[in-house]
Design a protein around this ligand. Structure first.
Ligand code: 5AD
Ligand code: SF4
Length: 481
């Protein structure tokens, strides 16, 4: 499952030559995971053909779309607050229409129209191609809902419009949905069954990005390691595929190799990996290609075997350690990050200590840490009492965060006096005279601009660091890229 930043949001403006006849204005805001941001680019593309250009001014919009996240209650509350804001704007501009997209749309379906009177349109993650019809309905004064989940929709045939792009790094989605059914997670209900996108369309999208000067691509999926193309359809139906389909199937390691070979001057990342599905082949492929970044986001959720079982994670603590050992052996300079949930139902102090000791073993470079939030309809919500008091959840979470900060600092310090390759992405937030970029391990690096420019691959000698940022000086262009 991807790293979710549920407070993350962006209003967007379309970086695309405006068609003269594109007179309608779309304001689109995204919350949650990278997949949502990527989906909004697909939605912008679909609606561009319908005469919409995006605007970054909410007040100017004919149509406001909010791409929502349901992963935790807080994420949903953030969206409800935004709807209040849209409501205030709509009072000034009654013709403005409001649509809800994404996971909340899927979870609440037409109930949304009753709960939030301001909403005209509810569209689930697999129904974006129906937006033109749904908008036509709304324009005729009717509310419109489509939350049908699909077995094969991957939007592989839609060229996304890059929103808020730095022109250097882009997301390319490769799978949709998730079959894992972790008991705490709402995603299998909101995004449906796992299906993979045709490799050729992935390669074409990447080639187009390369031609437009992009230098880095992150391959996206709820669970990238379970990528499996055998001619279309759901992952779960692979067993019924023909012998030829099976023989010519492309798995994630093969896809990574295809990408790395096709664009040797581009850097590749991927997110998210699932420990139970990550194969040795993937790690070996990473080791084989210089242009696949040595960084793995490998959520563990808990260090306790008992809790892992309650979560329906399909691996034990020992199996996770074995995977970590293999990564360390085959990719010695690979960084690893995690997702951890604190206060899952029935979690004891012992279980929590197991999480802390697992963290000590791995010494992750980064982490995304959350207090458990019960999600209606999930197996955990149906079977288990949300019995850990909020205060205890918060205290355990702060212990996990504190330990992570300690480990992040250790990992940052390991770069001191080393040379590291940085792709320049933007001006540093703290200083106009410094660039900011990331090294292959996904750590942010800042350094004086000199004559370098955005999109350059530069070698930086690291002179100083905090737990989150490396600081240094450029010593020349990278010879690898
Ligand atoms: N409560 C708290 N965190 C959750 N996550 C998923 N569902 C929940 C939940 N119900 C976290 C997991 C996942 C990340 C994207 O969000 O750690 O990996
Ligand atoms: Fe990730 Fe598990 Fe949720 Fe799937 S069910 S999206 S693997 S947390």
């Amino acid at each position: 499952m991807e790293n979710v930043i549920d407070e993350n949001k962006q209003g967007t403006s379309l970086k695309l030559a405006s068609k003269p006849d594109n007179t309608k204005k779309l304001y689109i805001e995204s919350y949650g995971c990278q997949m949502n941001f990527s989906d909004s680019e697909i939605v912008a593309s679909i609606l561009h053909k319908e005469g919409f250009n995006t605007t970054s001014q909410l007040e100017d919009a004919d149509l406001v779309l909010v791409n929502t996240c349901s992963i935790r209650d807080k994420a949903e509350q953030t969206v409800r607050k935004r709807l209040e804001k849209y409501n205030a704007v709509k009072r000034q501009n009654p013709k403005m229409k409001v649509g809800v997209l994404g996971c909340m749309a899927e979870r609440l379906k037409s109930k949304f129209l009753e709960e939030e009177k301001i909403v005209d349109l509810v569209v689930g993650p697999d129904a974006y191609k129906d937006l033109p019809n749904l908008i036509a309905e709304v324009e005729e004064g009717r509310n419109a809902v489509n939350v049908i989940l699909s077995k094969d929709e991957t939007y592989g045939d839609i060229a996304p419009v890059r929103l808020n792009s730095n022109g250097v790094s882009a997301f390319v989605s490769i799978t949709r949905g998730c079959d894992n059914m972790c008991t705490f997670c709402v995603v299998p209900f909101t995004r449906g069954r796992e299906r993979s996108r045709e490799p050729q369309s992935i390669l074409e999208e990447i080639k187009d990005l390369a031609n437009r000067g992009f230098k880095e691509v992150t391959l996206l999926g709820q669970n990238v390691d379970s990528f499996l193309w055998y001619g279309g359809g759901m992952k779960k139906d692979f067993a019924k595929a023909s012998d030829l389909q099976k023989a010519t199937a492309v798995d994630f390691a093969a896809l990574l190799e295809l990408c790395a070979k096709a664009q040797p001057k581009m850097r590749f990342r991927f997110s998210t990996s699932n420990p139970q599905d990550m194969s040795l082949d993937v790690i070996k492929t990473m080791a084989k290609y210089n242009n696949i970044c040595n960084y793995i986001h490998l959520p563990v959720q808990s260090g306790s075997d008992r809790i892992l079982k309650e979560m329906n994670r399909q691996h034990t603590r020992a199996e996770y350690f074995e995977l970590i050992d293999n990564v360390n052996k085959l990719l010695p300079d690979c960084s690893i990050s995690h997702d951890i949930i604190c206060g899952f139902p029935t979690e004891t102090e012992e279980d929590h200590k197991d999480t802390l000791s697992l963290m000590e073993y791995v010494k992750y470079s980064f982490g995304y840490m959350f207090a458990y939030s019960e999600r209606p309809g999930t197996l955990a919500a149906r079977k288990l009492d949300d019995d850990i008091p909020e205060k205890v959840k918060k205290r355990r979470l702060s212990e996990v965060v504190e330990l992570q900060q300690k480990h992040s600092l250790i990992r940052s310090k390991a770069f001191l006096n080393q040379e590291t390759e940085v792709l320049i992405e933007k001006t540093s937030k703290k200083s106009d005279s410094e660039w900011s970029g990331r090294n292959p391990q996904n750590t942010t690096v800042v350094f004086p601009k000199e004559n370098y420019k955005i999109g350059d691959f530069v070698m930086v000698k690291v002179e100083d660091c905090t737990s989150a940022t490396l600081k240094g000086k450029a010593i020349g262009y990278s010879k690898n890229m």
